[in-house]
Write a protein that binds this ligand. Structure first.
Ligand SMILES: *[C@@H]1O[C@H](CO)[C@@H](O)[C@H](O)[C@H]1NC(C)=O
Ligand SMILES: *[C@@H]1O[C@H](CO)[C@@H](O)[C@H](O)[C@H]1NC(C)=O
Ligand SMILES: *[C@@H]1O[C@H](CO)[C@@H](O)[C@H](O)[C@H]1NC(C)=O
Ligand SMILES: *[C@@H]1O[C@H](CO)[C@@H](O)[C@H](O)[C@H]1NC(C)=O
Ligand SMILES: *[C@@H]1O[C@H](CO)[C@@H](O)[C@H](O)[C@H]1NC(C)=O
Ligand SMILES: *[C@@H]1O[C@H](CO)[C@@H](O)[C@H](O)[C@H]1NC(C)=O
Length: 831
């Protein structure tokens, strides 16, 4: 009886399900008389991958692609006809009369895409989708693969997909980005292997290199030291006369590596959602040739760029950006007592012009380089069983794109003249034993956590979904891997919600003594900031956002999640957030040294900031802002950059604060409008103050104002009695025109400064505060201008927001209303 009912229900269910199974045919193989029509799917044998027609932005454009079949959301990993979509719903993928794979639309006369297989024999072929995601065309008799989709990657690399070059056929397997997030057309960024010299991994945009992964050194890329073959992540590199390729695999986990349209490569692991495991480039120093020839980019140094030993900067002090370094004047490095100096923990220089020999030992390599006066550096390519160096790479000419890693990297031996050699020996040069021990311990710890985390992920995956939300791991790029996961566990009153710490309101109320006035540190454009002490003694800064934002809770959390990923040495670190009872609170690291305004506008404290220190601060702010604008994955407009939003750490290095409620621009957006102008009087660009229009250029304006304030020690919006113009910009502009700009430099800078450098900075500031947003440079240009000595354009008339209104020369007649080139407006003051 009951089994009858069951059977009935089953039949009923079958009927209910039938329509959809009729609509969508699932095939396991494609044969000459079994093509795939739009709507059908071809599945791999264990159904991990599926192939079929899909569309993105434009529903009329149908593409044939492969996607992850067991992961929700149709993650496309391969596209066939990416530049020739079918524009109707009659698309067909078939094996044609010649045995080749083709895609047609309604018009069957000319294929829209062809795999270009031309075979003389009759069509005796089968196409299959393998469980790796590879679409293959197989000859029936011999079972020989005559064509495979993995030879033509789109923007995604999958396990067992080769990236590289077939030296015999000339076939080059490179990742090529999509045109945009929702247009699979061929984009401009590629990722592949450059076979020249000592072969290297590269990311290119068109023909320009964006990032260099460096050569393969045993088990990893020189420029990607965190990722090693550790049994969980397993990679191989093959270089012989037939081919050169790289291939990876992470058994039991679903992974994919994607090159996006802006040229950033990201590796993802599936764990209920796609988690970013790492990405490149991430740091400033990752960008190709960031510092120019013969430099080393060290992210832990104040100005990042330093000259390699034996070289000096072309300009007296600024070696940052492009200009690079040259051999020390008068130094002879040919048969004149020269030697080598070790530069430790680096990504070795661009090796596309380098010479290599695999059989030489490190000693022989040194000898060879020493004998050859044009040899500039050498290193070994691998280690022998005893840990000694073998293999030899030798560079001639300029050394390009070297950078330091904090706990990984190789040793590079750079040729130096005898004088430099002696100086170096005296100063004790190489690292102390203690430091070396610390470094090797550090890298051991990192490798350990990498392994541990992968292990956890594998375990969790096996345990199923029950407990997944309890443990999540932050997997980000660069060297900041597990900071959050480890650091977070110390604060037990909060739980780890994916990548951000969620604090309870109670905890924060206790920590800040109920948001008491005594704990209040200040007031920003978006709310008040309090100092807090967690029960474990950790000091935090708590920002209670004012309730205006009107943002939903989910929206807010999403935004904070994005912001939490921002990591830069010149940004204050966000530790977490709290969303409870209408409250929206951000928790930042606490910096005891207060903000920049308490130095530059203070009669006694300003003397603590020499010109060199001020330049370090200026450059740090520029780099932090550049990171917000361009280098992070998001485009963030700060909107309230000012002296009081720049905090100084213990060593007086700047950290930009209060970017937490800044505006995030997604994709191509570069400009937005707001009804609510928040920001600070004196720092707001004219288009923002008057029209509510903000863009990265309104931040550039604020930066310009800040720059002038740092140089002069005067507030832009303060009272400037006796000046013909009531603000600093106007005053500086007048002096600039008259060539008397030296008069306004803060006298407490001392005599130690280089006049030309300060004038250059003033000129850069004036370029930043130009009236028209389009005339102002981007932060990328600003950083480069600060860093080299190339000629600067002449600034045009700046925007005088507070130009006096009355014809009389009395600056005090100016309150609230002001005019900009005869347009009168009211300044919106939001604090
Ligand atoms: C579709 O494509 C065919 C050939 O590629 C073209 O002739 C036709 O005009 C297109 N139709 C539309 C609606 O774009
Ligand atoms: C097939 O050949 C055409 C013309 O040479 C070319 O445009 C197309 O990219 C080739 N297809 C593949 C999959 O390589
Ligand atoms: C090739 O093999 C497949 C099955 O493997 C079969 O369905 C197909 O008919 C064969 N093709 C020819 C032309 O024999
Ligand atoms: C296809 O291959 C089979 C062997 O696998 C062979 O018997 C058959 O003759 C071939 N068909 C054609 C049309 O060549
Ligand atoms: C993983 O390691 C095994 C054994 O060392 C090797 O045979 C295999 O090719 C590796 N897989 C990849 C993708 O490199
Ligand atoms: C080069 O040799 C050193 C020992 O001198 C070794 O520790 C290092 O791992 C070698 N480099 C590479 C890339 O294997």
């Amino acid at each position: 009886m009951s089994s009858n009912i069951e059977a009935f229900i089953q039949i009923l269910l079958l009927f209910l399900l039938l329509p959809s199974s009729i609509c969508q045919l699932s095939l396991e193989a494609l044969t000459p008389n079994r093509p795939i029509k739009d709507g059908d799917v071809l599945v791999s044998s264990t159904q991990i991958f599926a192939l079929g027609f899909f569309s993105r932005r434009n529903p009329q454009h149908r593409y044939v692609g492969v996607w992850h079949n067991k992961v929700p959301g149709q993650t496309i990993v391969w596209v066939a006809n990416r530049d020739n979509p079918v524009n109707d719903s009659y698309g067909v993928l078939s094996i044609n009369g010649d045995g080749g794979l083709v895609i047609h639309g309604k018009d069957r006369s000319t294929p829209l895409w062809s795999a270009n297989v031309t075979l003389s024999s009759p069509p005796n072929f089968t196409a299959k989708l393998l469980d790796t995601g590879n679409l293959v065309l197989i000859e029936n008799g011999s079972q020989r693969v005559v064509w495979e989709g993995f030879d033509y990657p789109s923007d995604t690399v999958l396990p067992f997909m080769k990236i590289g070059l077939n030296r015999r056929s000339g076939l080059e397997r490179r990742l090529t980005s999509w045109k945009s997030k929702d247009d699979p057309g061929t984009g401009s960024c590629t990722c592949g292997i450059d076979p020249m010299g000592f072969p290297q991994l590269f990311l290119w945009k068109g023909r320009e290199a964006l990032w260099r992964g460096g050569p393969w050194i045993g088990e990893k890329w020189s420029g990607r030291p965190e990722i090693t073959d550790n049994g969980v992540y397993n990679a191989s590199f093959v270089n012989n006369e037939d081919e050169i390729y790289f291939m990876y695999d992470v058994p039991t986990l679903i992974t994919r590596g994607v090159l996006d349209e802006s040229g950033i490569f990201q590796m993802f692991v599936w764990n209920d959602r796609w988690i970013k495991f790492y990405s490149y480039p991430t740091e400033w120093c990752d960008h190709y040739r960031q510092c120019g020839p013969n430099t080393n980019c060290d992210p832990d140094k104040q100005l990042a760029c330093t000259c390699l030993p034996g070289f000096e900067s072309k300009s007296p002090r600024l070696s940052v950006g492009g200009g690079g370094c040259i051999r020390k004047a008068g130094a002879s490095t040919c048969q004149n007592g020269e030697g080598f100096m070790k530069v430790a923990r680096v990504k070795i220089p661009d090796s596309s012009m380098a010479h290599m020999s695999m059989s030489m030992s490190l000693k022989e390599c040194k000898q060879k380089c020493l004998m050859d006066c044009s040899c500039t550096a050498f290193t070994n390519t691998s280690a022998d069983e005893q840990g000694g160096g073998v293999g030899c790479v030798i560079w001639h000419g300029d050394l390009m794109d070297t950078r330091t890693f904090s706990n990984a990297g190789q040793d590079l031996y750079v040729r130096v003249d005898s004088t430099s050699l002696a100086q170096y020996a005296k100063s004790g040069g190489s690292l102390s034993k203690k430091a070396r021990l610390a470094i090797s311990l550090g890298s051991a710890v990192i490798v350990f956590f990498l392994l541990l985390t992968l292990y956890w992920l594998v375990r969790m995956k096996m345990k199923g979904k029950r407990r997944q939300n309890k443990y999540s791991f932050k997997l980000t790029g660069g060297s900041t891997y597990f900071e959050e996961a480890i650091g977070g566990l110390a604060l037990d009153d909060s739980r780890i919600n994916s990548e951000l710490l969620l604090f309870h309101l109670n905890t924060l109320a206790t920590a800040t003594n109920n948001f008491s006035i005594e704990n209040k540190l200040g007031e920003g454009g978006f709310g008040s900031v309090y100092k807090g002490i967690l029960y474990d003694g950790k000091e935090i800064a708590v920002k209670r956002l004012s309730k205006f934002s009107g943002q939903g809770i989910e929206e807010f959390k999403n935004e904070i999640l994005l912001i939490a990923k921002l990591q830069h040495r010149n940004l204050v670190k966000i530790l977490g957030c709290c969303v409870e009872d209408e409250e929206k609170i951000l928790i930042y690291e606490y910096l005891p040294n207060k903000s920049l305004d308490s130095f530059i506008f203070n009669e006694t404290r300003r003397a603590l900031l020499s010109w060199t220190r001020r330049f370090v601060i200026i450059f740090g702010i520029a780099r932090g802002l550049l990171y917000l604008h361009e280098d992070s994955r998001l485009r963030i407009i700060h909107r309230d950059l000012k002296a009081s939003n720049v905090l100084l750490d213990n060593s007086l290095n700047p950290k930009i604060a209060d970017f937490g409620m800044a505006r995030i621009f997604r994709g191509e957006q570069t400009e937005a409008n707001t009804n609510r102008v928040v920001g600070t009087y004196g720092y707001m660009s004219p288009e923002y103050a008057m029209e509510g229009l903000f863009s990265i250029k309104s931040d550039v304006y604020s930066f310009g104002v800040l720059l002038l304030e740092i140089i002069t020690g005067k507030k832009n919006a303060g009272s400037h009695k006796g000046y013909p113009y009531s603000n600093l910009i106007g005053h500086v502009w007048e002096l600039w025109k008259e060539g008397r700009v030296m008069e306004i430099i803060d006298s407490s800078i001392g005599e130690s400064y280089l006049v030309s450098e300060i004038i250059r900075c003033i000129q850069i500031a004036l370029l930043c505060v130009q009236e028209l947003a389009t005339d102002r440079p981007t932060m990328l240009a600003v950083v480069s201008m600060l860093g080299n000595d190339a000629a600067l354009p002449s600034p045009r008339q700046p925007a005088f927001l507070l130009k006096r209104m009355s014809p009389s020369r009395d600056p005090s007649s100016n309150k609230g209303a002001s005019s900009v080139n005869d347009v009168t407006c009211t300044i919106v003051e939001a604090r």
